[in-house]
Design a protein around this ligand. Sequence first.
Ligand SMILES: C[S@@+](CC[C@H](N)C(=O)[O-])C[C@H]1O[C@@H](n2cnc3c(N)ncnc32)[C@H](O)[C@@H]1O
Length: 359
Amino acid sequence: MMALDLDPGRAALGNPRLIAAIVAEMDGGAIPFQRFMELALYHPEHGYYRKRGRIGRQGDFLTSPVIHPMFGWAVAGWCREVWERLGRPSPFTIFEPGAGEGHLARAVLDWAEGRDPAFAAVVRYVAIEPNSPGDDPRVSWQAPPVAPADAGVVVANELFDAFPVRLFEGTPRGPVEVYVRWDGERFVEERGPVATIDDAPAEGRFEVNPAAYPAMTSLCGLVERGAVLVFDYGYPQEELWAPWRTQGTLLCFYRHTAHENPYIHVGEQDLTAHVNLSELLAAIDDAGMQAWGPVSQREFLYSIGLPGLVEAARGDLQEYFTRRRALEQLTDGAGLGRIRVIAGTRDIDGTPPGFEPLP
Ligand SMILES: C[S@@+](CC[C@H](N)C(=O)[O-])C[C@H]1O[C@@H](n2cnc3c(N)ncnc32)[C@H](O)[C@@H]1O
């Protein structure tokens, strides 16, 4: 018998080429957690989002557009309502930042073609996806920055919760930033200097998403007249930074298992943090749009009538049960239904669908 040395080395921690690139950038020192997260998700060659197939049953996590086209049909109906209220402008541009492989785009365009040829004829769909874009030929796939349009809707699903975040820990001296270094065998954390952050939690971990406000501002600038519609996991700031939330909201998803260790499966797992909705709503307001929400995805989808799509399939039992199951998943208060929906409108009369006060 000959026992071999079977230690996989860095491969035990994830993609060894990505780990080598991160360790090289660290150059014996430490980098802010935000940079670690940026490299893990978006390293130009080996980052998690550079590869297709990450989202879906075969991947690591599910998003609403991959559950069933019903979600996209609902978004399409919402966009058509905005188009109607604007007086049916032509062209009407739908921008989708973070479009991934295009599940939402496909459902929206199919709905328009199947339902309202006049609407379909004026829709121009621009997917803004810098990583591994899809290939639907009806869609204009672009990397940022993109040119603004006169009239349209900007719709983003789980965009902001995929932005790299700064990680902090509250201490008696004030919040200190979390840095990451390589100890020769694994990634380990160390504490950086004290930072000044308004209203920061006094204890425990919390995240700051520095790109969220500027990104929301530039999304609001994409349409002269129209709306932005954002679906994301998040809370208003007082809830996000509540004293009892001592571990922050950073989560990792690997093959449909959620856990809290970003230093394993590096480059092979999603990293995500909940969004500060107060900041996004302030950006909408500061951009001169009227801000709406947050409402839960469950409230939003019920309010705009998604259950009607389930009832409409009663004649086909298989489709009926598929839609019923999809509705349950999309509105599950312990899952996707927890996602919050916010919107901004400009030059549109009345409350946008889904944001009316509950009776
Ligand atoms: C969690 S995924 C969501 C994908 C898709 N919206 C869905 O719901 O299935 C986040 C997406 O945002 C993209 N992304 C990250 N930063 C971005 C940016 N600054 N501009 C546009 N897309 C971005 C990523 O490449 C990824 O495709």
